[in-house]
Design a protein around this ligand. Structure first.
Ligand SMILES: [Fe+2]
Ligand SMILES: [Fe+2]
Length: 287
């Protein structure tokens, strides 16, 4: 492993406080008032706090069995980063709830789903779920950090900074849950089969909640053509590109490892852009 890649594996917990950034987030914050994208991002953000709490618990459950000091340290970093993501997305979600997005029902649905998983699946299987979903967030992160069009699609500066900071840290810790899963004896077979279940789960869950969320939005109900135009844009956006699909498919290869795809340059570029030498979040879109 090169030194750049070695350095990019650091998993620092950065204390963040976005509160003041979200006061003026408009209802359709994404794109140029893009209906569908605003709802998709709001749904994703609504899933994060309870979803990431589940990621944390799945790693915490085996924490004492991690004998490799380096992985142990990365595991602690992972827990710190995910806890902070959940906290700051909850702040954004409060604003989304004020704007009429169904943040609360989505949160209780995710809580129930994760409780069910924890009741019926063993620790390895829960880690396999976490590792699979982490590959989703890593793919989303690569898209956001790598494609200006994807960043522009988030629209509002506060929301964009939240998602960019989150994306940077998802890229930094993209291999941690995967390595923990392997370390405790998770098999390739279970890892790959789990990913198929996660594809189905992720696609269904995101589409159904987006449709519900759109149905609650008077603008979407009164302007179906706007929704269709927005759907066409999403279909041709970097989020649904062949590159994103290829990245998801990589996970199905036997012997795959998240670090096979080197994102160290992307990580160091965005660490410098967002946090510079001061270590505090900089407004990268300020003119
Ligand atoms: Fe996260
Ligand atoms: Fe993550």
């Amino acid at each position: 492993m090169g030194s750049a890649q070695e350095e990019s594996r650091a998993v620092p917990t950065r204390p963040m406080e976005f509160d003041a950034w979200f006061d003026d987030v408009p209802r359709h914050f994404a794109g140029n008032g893009d209906l569908l994208l605003s709802h998709v991002f709001a749904v994703l953000s609504s899933v994060f706090p309870d979803g990431e709490a589940y990621f944390v618990r799945s790693v915490e459950a085996v924490r004492d069995r991690i004998t490799e000091p380096r992985l142990r340290q990365e595991g602690e970093g992972f827990i710190g980063q995910e806890a902070m993501h959940g906290r700051e997305h909850a702040v954004f979600n409060d604003r989304m709830a004020e704007l009429g997005y169904p943040v609360r029902p989505i949160g209780s649905y995710v809580r129930k789903l994760t409780e069910l998983r924890e009741r019926f699946l063993n620790e390895k299987a829960n880690l396999a779920v976490t590792a699979a979903l982490e590959h989703y967030t890593a793919t989303l992160a690569e898209t956001l950090l790598g494609e200006p069009e994807a960043r522009a699609a988030i629209g509002h500066d506060g929301a964009r900074h939240l998602f960019l900071w989150h994306a940077l840290e998802e890229a930094e810790h993209k291999a941690v849950a995967f390595d923990v899963y392997r370390h405790v004896g998770g098999t390739e077979r279970m890892r790959i089969i789990t990913m198929w279940a996660i594809h189905l789960n992720f696609l269904l869950e995101t589409s159904i909640w987006t449709v519900i969320s759109l149905g609650l939005d008077p603008d979407a109900r009164h302007h179906p053509l706007r929704v269709l135009r927005s759907l066409w844009r999403l279909r041709h956006s970097p989020f649904t590109s062949r590159r994103a699909v290829r990245s998801l498919r990589r996970y199905h290869r036997r012997g795959f490892h998240p670090n096979d795809y080197d994102t160290s340059e992307l990580i160091s570029t965005w660490r410098a852009k967002l946090f510079g030498s001061e270590g505090a979040l900089t407004d990268v879109f300020a003119t």
